[in-house]
Design a protein around this ligand. Structure first.
Ligand code: SF4
Length: 280
């Protein structure tokens, strides 16, 4: 933890900067992959989905000529297409092959490992349970790798929707950017509902997510106010905000300093700054 004295006032204002914050290795690799393509070729690079969930990164790459698309139907045949750090489903890969696109895969290796597990267990006849957010591209990509039956479980309510069939067996995987406590709580409810049919827990929350969450939890003890730098569509940034809020501290999720209102700093002397794994 780094402590910076901001100013001498009646009471000293102190800014605590989380030591573990910002870009993770998977995000850095994805951005560098696109930048290398820009440096080494004149062709337009299309990227399926935002390469990482950060407004500034996206705007900067768009300025350099990158085109972000959600649907690869709009990508011209034979063009260069990059898969974002969140990964894609098998059907997206198949569609890209049909269009003879030149693929560069910037999927984080940790997400790729989850894809392999999902494929492996589903081919072994397990029903897959994915703990995560059904609209998040990582869960869309992972569920799109599963040949057989699967459930997406976002919360305890979803657990109740699972009605096991005779001799059905289950394996559970998680999104990488969840809170460990919440995913373990959901797993315990699944275990209660499914008993021995459910395999031991595969908690796939990545190290980068855990480190950033632990750092903000520790610093929250010292803070009156926390700024989490990150975009609203960044899952790991939103988790940092939620975790800090649970510690009883006022928290703002901001893209940059322009979102800070002077009024929010009035009578505030201990401020923590951190940022999500997709924030520069
Ligand atoms: Fe990979 Fe974790 Fe970073 Fe996501 S947050 S890109 S899973 S290291």
């Amino acid at each position: 933890m780094r402590k910076e004295k901001l100013a001498k006032t009646n009471e000293e204002k102190i800014l605590y900067l989380a030591k573990t914050r910002g870009f993770c290795a998977g995000v850095k690799n994805a951005i560098q992959t696109v930048e290398k393509l820009l440096d080494n070729s004149d062709e337009i690079s299309y990227v399926r989905h935002e390469i990482v969930h950060n407004k500034h990164v996206i705007e900067e790459l768009e300025r350099k000529g990158v085109v972000f698309v959600e649907d690869i139907a709009v990508v011209p045949e034979g063009a260069r297409l990059v898969f974002s750090a969140h990964g894609v489903s098998s059907s997206v890969e198949d569609e890209a092959k049909k269009k003879k696109l030149k693929i560069t895969d910037a999927t984080c290796p940790i997400v790729k490992k989850i894809h392999r597990l999902a494929t492996l267990y589903s081919t072994k006849g397990f029903t897959m349970i994915l703990i995560g957010h059904r609209e998040h591209p990582e869960i869309i990509g992972t569920s799109g790798r599963i040949e057989g039956k699967y459930y997406i479980v976002e919360n305890r309510r979803d657990v109740k929707k699972i009605i096991p069939e005779k001799s059905e067996k289950f394996v559970c995987l998680t999104q990488t950017t969840l809170s460990p406590e919440e995913s373990e709580d959901i797993y315990l409810h699944l275990k209660k509902a499914l008993g021995a049919r459910l395999q031991p827990f595969n908690n796939n929350i990545c190290y980068a997510t855990r480190e950033r969450q632990n750092a903000v939890k520790n610093l929250a003890l010292k803070a009156q106010l926390i700024f989490v730098i990150g975009s609203r569509n960044s899952s790991n940034s939103r988790r940092l905000k939620e975790i800090a809020e649970k510690c009883g501290v006022q928290v703002f999720l901001i893209d940059d300093e322009t979102a800070i209102r002077a009024s929010s700093l009035k009578n505030i002397y201990r401020i923590v700054v951190t940022s999500g794994a997709s924030a520069p």
